[in-house]
Design a protein around this ligand. Structure first.
Ligand SMILES: [Zn+2]
Length: 116
């Protein structure tokens, strides 16, 4: 059985952490306000969505993966950038290697350019 537990700000899955995050600046329209990470659970599927891009970023791309172990599935979608992203207010998901080390199977693993 894969252990899924609530942790502060997110979920712990098989000992790995998926956390929500958003900026606390009050929504002033700064770069940070466009970034976040979200975590939700739908049955045995855990979905993480993150966004580190902002109007100031140009070298944007998306990456993600889908892994499973027993009947539990983790889907990660990240809208990321190679530009400066010090303002990213979310929390990065675990690397895919961390899942594989714990015996998870990889269903999908991708990185592709993102059109602005
Ligand atoms: Zn902000």
């Amino acid at each position: 059985m894969v252990k899924i537990e609530r942790i502060p700000g997110g979920l712990g899955v098989d000992g790995l952490e998926l956390r929500r995050g958003k900026c606390g600046c009050g929504g002033g329209g700064l770069d940070c306000c466009f970034t976040y990470s979200k975590v939700k659970r739908e049955g045995d599927t855990i979905i993480y969505e993150g966004k580190a891009t902002a109007p100031s970023t140009q070298q944007n791309f998306e990456w993600g993966y889908r892994v499973h172990k027993d009947n539990v599935v983790v889907v990660v979608k990240m809208e990321d950038t190679k530009d400066n992203k010090d303002f990213f207010a979310g929390s990065y998901p675990p690397s895919i290697e961390a899942w594989v080390e714990r015996g998870w199977q990889v269903d999908e693993n991708y990185e592709r350019p993102l059109e602005n």
